[in-house]
Design a binder for this molecule. Structure first.
Ligand SMILES: Nc1ncnc2c1ncn2[C@@H]1O[C@H](COP(=O)(O)OP(=O)(O)OP(=O)(O)O)[C@@H](O)[C@H]1O
Ligand SMILES: Nc1nc2c(c(=O)[nH]1)N=C(CO)CN2
Length: 357
């Protein structure tokens, strides 16, 4: 591959950014320049959009990140943009981002203030393309390592490995955005590299606190699974199901896994069974429920498994703990925090203690 580049410069947006008090309460103009390193030879030869990265979809991702979250530093916004863009398409090997904040509150006349970063997909990740069915769109890989930064299991891929181009363009589509193929995933195929997945746990029978802790331990002990983050516990009112159920304890975990989606479902159901889960009523009381909320940015619709979980986007008992764990998380291209605020059960969720990963 040569030095092929797609450039999108001067993208004008408004966002809530800055560390000063006066910047916390109003959006301000931001300008984003993006440089994507992608091999463009095949697109040039075939004149086919499927062989390149659509700049319209990249613009949608940038808009979703800029407008969906609040940042203190322009460095943090740049990092979030780079992580999200790399996570969205394996073909992007390097991304350069410049965030301009031309109206920064400085008591001087000045033209612009900006940061520029460049983030490269790690070599191991770039060569381990996920195994997918030949005709399906690829699954975005976990996001890249930031060069030269200290990494932890949580920080390594950044929080942005769940957004998919199809998700973003479906919700934030512009006239320019071509409709993209759904990011489908064969539920039987194991991952070629660790995949980030978000799981939602719930319990309202027995010693719920002990059960959730034990379930997290069981996941951590399972082959092919590492728990990388966990939310604080939430006490929540039952949504649906029979009347007079006890309140739930809910929690969200983020894992890295090489299990296939169905293997992960099998594991979740085994752990439910090990905690005496009985399935007799839909939405009935349960000792333990373990749902797969996301599996990277895959869309799965098999008889046993739908991902993202079809109800997750409406359930504050999932969305709020998730947003506490990961304040910039996105689901279906929308900030989880925003979805939580709109969910009908928002006021029925109470944050309990902090839980460390
Ligand atoms: N993303 C998913 N996570 C977990 N189970 C799923 C998922 N998608 C589909 N299922 C299927 O849903 C079936 C019913 O699951 P369960 O008994 O936990 O439902 P529920 O908790 O009562 O309701 P809900 O699915 O709305 O949370 C499972 O047998 C499983 O095959
Ligand atoms: N508050 C709360 N309500 C629910 C829950 C849950 O975990 N918490 N799970 C359900 C089915 O999975 C149905 N309703």
């Amino acid at each position: 591959m040569g030095q092929d580049v797609i450039r999108l410069t001067g993208l004008q947006l408004s966002g809530r950014i800055g560390v000063l008090e006066q910047e916390q309460h109003a959006d301000q103009p931001l300008v984003i320049d993006t440089e994507l390193h992608v091999d463009l030879a095949e697109a040039g030869r075939t004149d086919d959009l499927n062989h390149t990265v659509s700049y319209a979809e990249i613009a949608d991702i940038i808009r979703a990140v800029v407008t969906g979250s609040q940042f203190g530093l322009i460095e943090a916004l740049a990092e979030a943009l780079a992580g999200n863009i790399l996570a969205a398409d394996m073909r992007i090997t390097t991304v350069g981002i410049t965030v301009h904040k031309p109206h920064a509150p400085l008591p001087y006349t000045f033209d612009d203030v900006a940061v520029t970063i460049q983030r490269r997909r790690s070599y191991a990740e770039a060569v381990s393309e996920p195994a997918v069915e030949p005709d399906s769109a690829h699954i975005p890989a976990p996001a890249a390592e930031a060069e030269g930064t200290v990494t932890t299991p949580t920080a390594r891929w950044g929080p942005y490995d769940r957004i998919s181009l199809s998700e973003v363009s479906a919700t934030a589509g512009t006239a320019e955005s071509p409709s993209s193929t759904a990011q489908t995933r064969d539920p039987e195929l194991p991952a070629a590299f660790p995949i980030r997945s978000v799981l939602a746990l719930g319990s309202n029978l027995g010693d719920s606190r002990a059960t959730l802790a034990s379930a997290a331990q069981a996941l951590q002990g399972a082959e092919g699974v590492v728990v990388v983050n966990s939310s604080p516990l939430a006490r929540t009112k039952p949504v649906g199901g029979p009347a007079n159920q006890r309140d739930y304890l809910n929690q969200v975990l983020e894992i890295e896994t090489q299990l296939s989606p169905h293997q992960l479902l099998d594991l979740a159901q085994q752990i439910e069974a090990d905690h005496n889960r009985v399935r007799d009523q839909r939405h009935g009381p349960r000792t333990l429920d373990v749902d797969i909320v996301t599996y990277a940015s895959a869309t799965i619709d098999s008889p046993r498994l739908q991902v993202p979980h079809p109800s997750a986007a409406d359930r504050a008992f999932v969305l709020l703990p998730w947003s506490w764990m990961d304040p910039v998380a996105l689901l279906n291209g929308r900030p989880v925090r925003e979805l939580a605020a709109e969910a009908g059960d928002h006021d029925d969720v109470v944050r309990l203690d902090e839980v460390s990963p």
